[in-house]
Design a protein around this ligand. Structure first.
Ligand SMILES: [Mg+2]
Ligand SMILES: [Zn+2]
Length: 200
């Protein structure tokens, strides 16, 4: 897991100084504990941060990445929860982050159901592309991190490198696989420190 792979070596961007690099994060299964299929996090008591997530976000921040959450929430489209429920959950999540000195650059969600055929529900790239436009993000120096195939596909469709959080080896087609967000963060930290040493 997280073995050094030449595809992951970061190339410092000099020509796109006006653009920020970002880590696009799926929410359920990456930031907070995913509930069983067909269950949705509808209130703060159901929102459990996964271990070491705050440390991982701090590493991304310190490496200069904007942190952007992109999450499918079709519980809304299915009438199982409301946008107000979601916004309260997100306020709670942001308060946990704020207490740790962390801030999201953006938070995008798709409220639609699969049958709505929207352009924001992952694997569609809509949320990533909107964020890139809104926040002036350089997609070629950014990553999409998620635990599902739809996340990986969304990243590919948007033209960012995809990383999958996955504890079991499966038939995946992602850029790289790590068992948890902190493992990816530490890997990235190591890559950056190695490439900056090379620059000296
Ligand atoms: Mg997920
Ligand atoms: Zn949508």
């Amino acid at each position: 897991m997280g073995v050094t792979d030449e595809r992951l070596i970061l190339v410092p961007s000099t020509s796109k100084q006006n653009h920020r690099k970002a880590i696009f994060l799926d929410r359920d299964g990456v930031i907070n504990r995913k509930l069983p299929e067909d269950y949705y996090v509808r209130n703060s008591s159901e929102f459990d941060l996964l271990p070491n997530v705050l440390d991982a976000l701090a590493i991304f921040r310190d490496l200069g990445f904007a942190i952007v959450v992109v999450t499918n929430q079709r519980g809304i489209g299915r009438g199982i929860m409301t946008e107000k429920d979601l916004s309260q959950v997100h306020d709670f999540m942001k308060s946990l982050l704020r207490d740790a000195g962390l801030e999201l650059a953006g938070l995008y969600y798709c409220p639609h159901d699969k049958i709505d055929d929207c352009d924001c529900r992952k694997p569609a790239p809509g949320m990533i592309l909107s964020a890139a436009k809104d926040l002036n993000i350089d997609l070629s120096s950014s990553f999409m991190v998620g635990d599902s195939v739809a996340d990986i596909e969304a990243g590919k469709n948007a033209g960012v490198r995809s990383v999958r959080i996955c504890q079991t080896l499966a038939d995946y087609d992602s850029y790289e696989v790590f068992p948890s967000l902190i493992d990816f963060a530490r890997f990235l930290q190591n890559e950056v420190s190695c490439s900056s040493k090379k620059l000296i």
